[in-house]
Write a protein that binds this ligand. Sequence first.
Ligand code: G3H
Ligand code: 13P
Ligand code: ZN
Length: 323
Amino acid sequence: MHSFKELGLVNTRNMYAKAINGKYGIPGYNFNNMEQLQAIITACIETKSPVVLQVSSGARKYANQILLRHMAAGAMDIIKDAGVDIPVALHLDHGDTYELCVSCVESGFSSVMIDGSAHPFEDNIALTKKVVEYARKHDVTVEGELGVLAGIEDEVNHEVTHYTKPEEVEEFVAKTGVDSLAISIGTSHGAYKFKLAPGEKVPPLRFDILEEVEKRIPGFSIVLHGASSVMPEYVDLINKYGGNLENAVGVPEDQLRKAAESAVCKINIDSDGRLAMTAKVREVLWEKPGEFDPRKYLGPAREELIEMYKHKNENVLGSAGKA
Ligand code: G3H
Ligand code: 13P
Ligand code: ZN
């Protein structure tokens, strides 16, 4: 058993409370490899932003759970070495079983998500409650989910969105004891969030649902998933350098800014990082077809990621300077 406290990590309790009061969003950034983690922590050190480092079950399989723990520990040492004190949580993203959540708590995660949103309401409550009861013993915070986001999460592909029903949130929160709640208000995972006719604009998120949720559970921490903007500059670069991402559309940044000013205290962004990296790797390999040193294309990709995360912290989430 490795306690997150040994690693210098924190759970999300204070972070989220401060974010709600201060009207900003904490970044929930996913990582699967060294370059992504380096970019996240460099950007958050430079902008003095708190951060939730997110690991999905797919990331655990890809990068090896033991190595991931050491990577997070290394990140904490780098932060300390930089002489800054930014709160960092290590969080399981979209945990789908009790056993997976237990395994993450045992390996030093300070926060877990149990995503029971694909189950019927009562089963979601039972599963989430069981995880909360276990996590409490280790001071680990738990995120639950109500409502279903369309898109791909690991092997699970939800074709359609089911918006969160505000009338369910009080019962869910009271019966499970969760610390935060992910809701579905029109975002979805991945790079194809909206199907638009030519000339059509992205529809607004369902802020009416968010407001109704806030009324029913005032001050409670809300999480927004599927919050990449699918930044057009990266989509264009990918397509320019041999890629094929047609009709990729994300959530406009002004809508995310508005969400960050509400009870939404964490905003999950993964796809924008994937796009930024891919765009840069494609550009370098296209421009320099003789290049075969991974540092020569992963290095520029990492630099681009740092700029992208700094931009999010400063201009979208408002988390810069809040550490
Ligand atoms: O919500 C999904 C995250 O972007 C993680 O994606 O399950 O492919 O690692 P992944
Ligand atoms: P995006 O696919 O919009 O980046 O969403 C990421 C996410 O919600 C991770 O849980
Ligand atoms: Zn998600």
